[in-house]
Design a protein around this ligand. Structure first.
Ligand SMILES: C[S@@+](CC[C@H](N)C(=O)[O-])C[C@H]1O[C@@H](n2cnc3c(N)ncnc32)[C@H](O)[C@@H]1O
Length: 264
């Protein structure tokens, strides 16, 4: 079963509207450039730092899925929403590990790619910040490589509360791949090493940075903790999967973090 419907809301704050629309245009355009190419080049929509032509080996995908599964403490009885699912490749990996999974994205062209890639997925066109899900309906939520594009602190906080709203009591959400502001030089070094590795080992096509110039936020962990403490939200900061993982480098890194929040 699947459906794609725009979320109907009675009230949207102006700042949320402005921010979301710009990002949506950008991802829509990116999704369109991948039309019909996505099925064969299944990682295209997720290779943020690099180029077409790079293959993610099964070991890398396994490490990433493992880190998400453990971070969320996923059980086969769980209902899960992948918020900002893009082309649906993480969704597809996680599907066998849970009872049910729904992908949500505000870009229709991204959802079209997800349907091309995996026609059986359950998909919803909707927006983080005003999720079209009922209160306390889900065991788990995942948002991976998504919040790093939310530049506005107020919006990040608003979005976290919205995610929390749709979780059942005892439910968990993993907000993944948040860049640590105080470690940005370590990230830059890791990226430069990875680019050198890719140039040596792959025949590179276009750079995805040229295709999609999404803004990226650096997160102040102290500020985030103050917000979560103030809201009495239970949380845990975990090391992130290394997006530059390859043989001989650490699978998890501490210059990015995954925020796991739980509903009490
Ligand atoms: C970098 S992609 C990541 C996609 C996927 N999670 C992955 O890791 O491959 C970010 C996705 O989040 C979506 N997105 C960004 N802001 C959103 C919002 N406020 N609500 C819903 N989707 C959003 C974009 O359309 C895009 O598909």
């Amino acid at each position: 079963m699947r459906w794609c419907a725009g979320a109907v809301q009675s009230f949207t704050p102006i700042w949320l509207k402005v921010m979301s629309v710009d990002l949506r245009k950008l991802f829509d355009a990116w999704g369109q450039t991948a039309e019909s190419g996505y099925v064969d080049q299944q990682w295209l929509l997720s290779k943020w730092e690099v180029w077409e032509g790079i293959v993610w080996p099964p070991e890398k995908i396994k490490v990433m899925v493992q880190s998400i599964t453990e971070g969320l403490k996923l059980k086969t009885s769980d209902t899960l929403a992948d918020l900002g699912c893009g082309g649906g490749w993480i969704l597809k990996q996680l599907q066998p590990r849970v009872k049910s999974i729904v992908g949500l994205d505000f870009s229709q062209s991204m959802l079209n790619r997800a349907l091309e890639f995996s026609p059986q997925q359950m998909l919803v066109c909707g927006e983080i910040g005003r999720l079209p899900f009922k209160d306390q309906g889900l065991d788990c939520a995942l948002s991976y490589f998504v919040f790093l594009n939310f530049l506005d602190d107020d919006f990040v906080e608003h979005a976290l509360l919205d995610v929390l709203r749709v979780l059942k009591k005892g439910g968990r959400a993993l907000i993944g791949q948040l860049p640590d502001k105080s470690r940005s030089q370590d990230y830059d070094r890791a990226k430069a090493d990875y680019i050198a590795y890719c140039q040596k080992n792959f025949k590179l096509g276009r750079s995805h940075r040229e295709i999609c110039q999404a803004p990226q936020k650096l997160f102040d962990i102290g500020q985030l903790k103050r917000f979560l403490d103030g809201q009495k939200i239970a949380y845990d900061f975990k090391k992130s999967f290394n997006p530059f993982f390859r043989p001989g480098v650490e699978p998890l890194v501490d210059w990015r973090f995954d925020l796991v929040i739980s509903k009490s």
